[in-house]
Design a protein around this ligand. Structure first.
Ligand code: MN
Length: 198
């Protein structure tokens, strides 16, 4: 994990997040989420949640919405290593996912997934079961989001990412169109493409 990311985790908190049932973890134990904007063959946003020592990952073509009525397709992709969370740069053409990547948002998250009895379900188990609800505490994204394995169009990889209708929901705002820069470097994907070495 890079120093940028470490500093980021320390600056962020989960103020305003609803209390999760069970034991609230110590700050150092808070898992992180990241959203990487990725200009591959088509532009998308990779949402990753730290769980079980890896980053559970989904590619979201339209990116996350703050409007609970917007159901965003989220295609499950392979787990990534934790060290990838603060990756920014250019993946070479011809390699898997070739194109530029920026860290669009990053921060801690809290697991809000519960079973029918209200007991907390750990994130890795929740992902395996096909439904996970989290509170994201980033710069751009703040509040609850749910990921559901809806198998849209009959495709096993297809999940849906939907904003939870909590006090942070806002149908008027559209963060992926208004927010275009990295929270770590201030650069856009286009700037990374033009000057990968910086
Ligand atoms: Mn990607």
């Amino acid at each position: 994990m890079g120093d940028d990311l470490r500093a980021y985790r320390e600056r962020h908190d989960l103020e305003g997040a609803p209390e999760a049932p069970g034991v609230v973890p110590e700050p150092a134990d808070r898992p992180i989420f990241v959203v990487q904007q990725h200009a591959a063959s088509s532009m998308h946003y990779d949402l990753r949640l730290e769980a079980d020592g890896v980053l559970k990952s989904w590619a979201v073509p339209k990116g996350p919405s703050t409007d609970p009525s917007e159901k965003r397709l989220a295609v499950r992709v392979e787990d990534h290593s934790l060290g990838y969370a603060d990756f920014e740069g250019v993946i070479g053409e011809g390699e898997y996912g070739g194109g530029s990547v920026i860290v669009w948002d990053i921060g801690p998250y809290r697991n809000l997934t519960t079973d029918d009895d209200g007991a907390e379900v750990d994130v890795a188990t929740a992902v395996d079961a096909g439904h996970v609800k989290v509170w994201l505490a980033g710069d751009k994204l703040r509040g609850g989001w749910a990921l559901t394995h809806a198998k849209v169009g009959g495709d096993e990889a297809n999940w849906l990412l939907v904003k939870v209708a909590d006090e942070t929901a806002d149908a008027r705002c559209d963060p992926t169109s208004t927010e275009t820069t990295s929270v770590l470097s201030g650069r856009t994907v286009a700037e990374v493409t033009e000057d990968p070495g910086r």
